[in-house]
Write a protein that binds this ligand. Structure first.
Ligand SMILES: Nc1nc2c(c(=O)[nH]1)N[C@H]1C(S)=C(S)[C@@H](COP(=O)(O)O)O[C@H]1N2
Ligand SMILES: [Mo]
Length: 181
């Protein structure tokens, strides 16, 4: 366990605003910004992409952790396959306006996914369904719920919680909770 965390058997819901309701026929996922050609998938196209089911631990900055959670989704490596970019940063953006920033290097190498199933069931809306970003090696606020796209940027742009004083880097093993940790 990372320092300062405790285990919870529950799955708490933490949302900074109302839960958006985007019908699947109006849902799409976009990859844009500093790339040679922007990409966009409809829901049907997205769930046809090669998917992975994997087991990871998650760590919220409010100190709860959950071990061995099982998710299914598409790795960011798969989404970026063949993309040319000189951008080093990514902003994940969401229905409802939430954003989270992560260095591109923190989303590749099999360490981040856009997931649409939890425990073999469709991801519940309150937990980010139809799809959320999952970056389990960082505090859970980086795992943007209701994610609709990744925008690659040349400069690092603080996201929703980062602008409110949370850490830009958010490594739970280094206990990077707040700006300056
Ligand atoms: N779009 C969006 N994503 C979000 C949030 C949010 O408020 N809106 N909260 C973040 C925070 S602080 C946490 S701890 C996790 C909570 O995910 P959960 O509700 O599935 O536990 O989602 C993260 N992703
Ligand atoms: Mo959180």
């Amino acid at each position: 366990m990372p320092p300062g965390q405790y285990l919870t058997p529950d799955f708490p819901v933490l949302s900074a605003g109302p839960t958006p309701q985007t019908p699947l026929d109006q849902w799409s996922f976009s990859l844009d910004g500093g790339i040679d050609e922007a990409r966009r998938w409809t829901w049907d196209e997205f769930v046809d992409l090669p998917a992975e089911t994997f087991t990871v631990d998650i760590h919220c900055v409010t100190r709860w952790s959950k071990l061995d959670t099982v998710w299914t989704g598409v790795s960011v490596d798969t989404l970026l396959d063949g993309v040319e970019t000189s951008s080093d940063y990514v902003t994940a953006w969401c229905d409802g306006g939430y954003t989270a920033n992560v260095p591109l290097a923190g989303l590749t190498g099999g360490r981040a996914w856009v997931v649409y199933e939890y425990g073999g069931e469709p991801l519940e809306r309150e937990h980010g369904g139809p799809a959320r970003l999952l970056v389990p090696h960082l505090y859970f606020w980086k795992s943007a719920k209701w994610v609709r796209g990744l925008t690659l940027t040349a400069e690092d742009e603080p996201g929703f919680w980062e602008r409110y004083g949370y850490s830009n880097d958010a490594d739970p093993w280094r206990e990077q909770r707040y700006w300056g940790d």
